[in-house]
Design a protein around this ligand. Structure first.
Ligand SMILES: C[S@@+](CC[C@H](N)C(=O)[O-])C[C@H]1O[C@@H](n2cnc3c(N)ncnc32)[C@H](O)[C@@H]1O
Length: 275
């Protein structure tokens, strides 16, 4: 621990464990660099994903706008007096949305576009480079499905969270993500055994970006990991796509080879309190 970085608008600072210091309003000079301890595909292929989420006419951007952003904002409320740690932050868009008093993004690699009004620390969710209890709010959005050690990551989220602080985990809804197909009657037909974990080794987001290894596990596995990490579950929420809205935007329920439906949830959110 030893360096500090100014936080947007508030002029306050959060102590950090990172390797570089950023200057106000500059992009950090770690472009393309990956955390040496992690050789996962996200270190090497993540940039293509971020490109995709920035395309305002693209599905990834729209789903984030409709589903992730408003739900996380509702669940977290006003963060203007909070210290927020976003794990697997990518380009830091969630910190921009929440606009906390102090914001730190952590990821296994640095992405272009991370704004230096927030602090960035390169690190692995499974062993966070932070002391205990440094954040009032700890978030991971669409991160825990990409590696086997989700229990360790949840334990780490609990450890770095302040007592009475909040931990929020967003995931693709496990039961309906790459576990089957939508039929011509708009029903989701499950074709996998959902009772036990499995790994999809060659998953490509939107059929193009990847391959990434996706780790399926039943929903209770996430919930039990939270409880074992000493967290009290306050809320579990699913988000469903409004298919009419989707079709108005994209002209069809089909996107590449994937047919969308609003009948089953797309994202799940777990909100916990650290006692
Ligand atoms: C699907 S993206 C989600 C990005 C962002 N949180 C969002 O909701 O749009 C997954 C992110 O998790 C990061 N990631 C993957 N494995 C990680 C790990 N072990 N530790 C920290 N970050 C990781 C990736 O680099 C990537 O930025």
């Amino acid at each position: 621990m030893g360096e500090y970085c100014q936080i947007r608008q508030h002029g306050s600072a959060m102590k950090r464990a990172g390797t570089t210091r950023c200057k106000s309003n500059e992009i950090m000079p770690l472009t393309g660099a990956a955390c040496g301890a992690d050789e996962s595909s996200w270190s090497y292929r993540g940039a293509a994903y971020i490109e995709r989420t920035r395309d305002q006419n693209g599905e990834s951007f729209v789903l984030r706008e409709l589903g992730l952003k408003p739900t996380l904002q509702q669940m977290l409320g006003d963060c203007s007096a909070k210290r927020v740690l976003d794990i697997g932050c990518a380009d830091g868009w969630l910190l921009d949305v929440l606009n906390p008093k102090e914001g730190v993004g952590c990821d296994i690699r640095h992405f272009d576009g991370f704004r230096c009004c927030w602090n960035f620390v390169m690190g692995d969710a499974r062993g966070l480079p932070f002391p205990s209890r440094i954040a009032d709010v700890t978030i991971s959005s669409l991160v825990l499905m990409w590696f086997p050690e989700y229990k360790e990551a949840i334990q780490e989220m609990a450890r770095v969270c302040e007592v009475d602080g909040v931990v929020v985990i967003a995931i693709m809804q496990p039961y309906f993500y790459r576990t089957g197909d939508v039929d011509e009657y708009d029903n989701f037909v499950v074709s996998r055994n959902l009772s036990r974990p499995f790994v999809l080794e060659e998953l490509r987001i939107a059929g193009e970006v990847g391959p990434f290894a996706y780790h399926y596990r039943p929903m209770p596995d996430y919930l039990n990991a939270c409880i074992r990490a000493g967290l009290r579950i306050e809320e579990v929420r699913d988000w469903h796509l409004d298919l009419g809205d989707y079709v108005r935007r994209f002209g069809s329920a089909m996107r590449g080879s994937i047919r969308r439906t609003g009948k089953v949830p797309m994202y799940s959110f777990i909100k916990c309190r650290k006692d």
